[in-house]
Design a protein around this ligand. Structure first.
Ligand code: SAM
Length: 331
């Protein structure tokens, strides 16, 4: 088991399978940073080796993220390999859903039970302005297709005042009609040259009160799903649910059970901390045994910061909490 010094146990890993993305969301990758060279990226074999070590150390859940996971060549082959090698590992994916149209049946066959889909606007032109691509219709069709195949869908919306706050009722209507969770995530000042500004900040509390003015909602029973950091509400007369994730206004560091691994094999013990552990050289060295890797993971756990003190150190200035951009961390 990987434990930290604050009594938290690591049971959840977010693994970025690539730093490349086909979208250019303005808030996620604000500067023209270069992509990682291919040889510095973990190979599928290396990822499976790492996942097997984590799984032996009681990590039960992995979320594959990116960049955009579906831009990586042969991703379905990789998902299949993970499922057959580690059948008990709870494997999930986070995607922008622009490239999955022809892959949904295969995802179902592999045993993917749910997808988190990022979608910041329901307006075609605005979606294009935010992401740089005109593919909202394609994403909406894939969401419906996932639901038809019985794949659970959670929609992640980055809450951006002045950008998508005027669409709250459209998102609520979507959750009324479709059995999806729509979760608003507070915009975080992550990454070198972040575009975060107070003016863009739309708090989770404000979102919940605005939703309450539109429809009747009640807190979802905790047992009904593993909510993670989201506060989730049932729509009394709707099919779906509304959630909020409030890393800034009401942080959840005290219950954080996560490690993150970037595509180039850097282990981040906290989203906000650039203090990372380079795993790639360990995995590529013939002299380093599985046991040594395990020891490094245990030591990393002991150095996991509580987290919120890093945000506090940022004060009220508008600079970023950490220098890595979100597309290279994976969210
Ligand atoms: N391409 C995949 C996707 O679109 O979901 C996975 C990677 S993306 C970096 C993961 C999530 O991080 C997306 O939901 C994205 O909107 C979110 N994100 C990026 N920058 C953010 C920020 N500054 N604050 C909050 N969420 C952010």
């Amino acid at each position: 088991m990987i434990k930290d010094n604050f009594g938290r146990t690591i049971s959840y890993l977010r693994l970025s399978v690539t730093d490349r993305c086909n979208l250019r969301c303005f808030y996620c990758r604000p500067c023209q940073s270069r992509f990682m060279p291919h040889e510095t990226i973990l190979s599928y074999e290396e990822m499976i080796y790492l996942l097997s070590i984590f799984s032996e150390m009681d990590v039960q859940k992995v979320r594959l993220t990116g960049g955009e996971p579906f831009v990586r060549k042969d991703i379905l082959y990789f998902l299949n390999r993970v499922k057959t090698t580690l059948p008990d590992l709870d494997m999930r994916l986070t995607t922008n859903a622009t490239l999955i149209a022809g892959k949904i049946r295969a995802l179902k066959d592999i045993g993917i039970k749910g997808l988190n889909i990022s979608l910041d606007s329901l307006d075609r032109h605005k979606y294009q302005r935010i992401t740089g691509m005109d593919c909202l219709d394609n994403v909406m069709a894939s969401i419906r297709r996932c639901l038809n195949f019985g794949i659970r869908v959670k929609i992640n919306v980055v809450a951006l005042k002045g950008v998508n706050d005027d669409e709250l009722s459209d998102f609520v209507n979507m959750a009324m009609e479709l059995p999806v969770d729509i979760r608003f995530i507070e915009f975080m000042p992550i990454g070198h040259k972040t575009l975060w500004q107070k003016e863009h900040f739309w708090s989770a509390d404000d979102i919940v009160s605005e939703v309450q003015n539109m429809v009747e909602i009640v807190p979802a029973p905790f047992s009904s799903l593993n909510h993670g950091p989201a506060a989730v509400y049932d729509l009394v007369e709707g099919q779906g649910r509304i959630g909020v994730i409030s890393p800034l206004s009401n942080h959840f560091c005290g219950t954080c059970n996560r490690f993150r691994i970037t595509a180039d094999g850097r282990l981040r013990t906290c989203l906000f901390s650039d203090n990372d552990f380079r795993l790639l050289p360990l995995l590529r060295s013939k002299k380093i045994s599985k046991e040594r890797v395990r020891i490094v993971l245990e030591r990393a756990g002991l150095q996991k910061p509580m987290g919120h003190e890093i945000m506090g150190a940022r004060g009220s200035s508008e600079k970023s909490i950490c220098s890595r951009i979100m597309s290279s961390i994976g969210g």
